[in-house]
Design a binder for this molecule. Sequence first.
Ligand code: PGA
Length: 265
Amino acid sequence: MKVVILNDAAAVAAYGADIFSKQLKQKPNSVLGLATGSTPIALYQELIARNKSNKLSFAQARSFNLDEYWGLAEDHPQSYRHFMNINLFDHIDIDKTNTQVPPGNAKDPRAACEQYERDIINAGGIDVQLLGIGRNGHIGFNEPSSSLASRTRIKTLTKETTDDNSRFFAAGEFQPQLSVTTGIGTILESKKIVLLATGASKAEAIKACVEGPITASCPASALQMHQDAVIIIDEAAATQLSDIDFYKHIEAENQKLEKMLEALE
Ligand code: PGA
């Protein structure tokens, strides 16, 4: 697992956007795994800016989102489909029919979840999966105790998560307690994984993700099993890590190596 520690949230967004830009340049019809939450917004703004200035195209790309609330209509202002439209899809040249979000109100949720898994496989699998991380270490809506082999399914949200997300719902408004989320097993099949975290509130989860044991108590720790996972964080989210200097040293050496490899191209 590669840990990249940067000065601030803007640098985290730019570094993440570079990975997506590189991916789309190498493979314009890439399959992107996308995430919601506050953290990816700055990265999406960066991708929108690059798309508007014709530096980057999503015209041939496909996307699959990680999760959706269970029980909200697609056009509900708090649905993750709506979030993706207003924060990314409405502003780039992606064909919206090539964007998928897990089914939030299917008649037969089990069949719909199985179909979502098949759709990912039929698209060729996810090339790059973007992740945020919950304060409790969740990825997608895979809350602590989720099986590390889990697949797309309905998952009950923890009180911590519903409390964290209550800021988006008006007082008295229905807030779902259930979600549909791709599983940890699904996420681990992505070819590359990019996890972003910023701010001191994520420091404990990042410590458990990077340096803790692999455990269902911190779903993000499963990324230690992935051969190409990059954890991009700001200084505030890094404060509880024991080996900060080592991670910075590795990144400096990696940058040198990449320049050398680019010179060979
Ligand atoms: P946040 O959520 O980016 O809004 O902090 C991250 C997550 O819960 O995955």
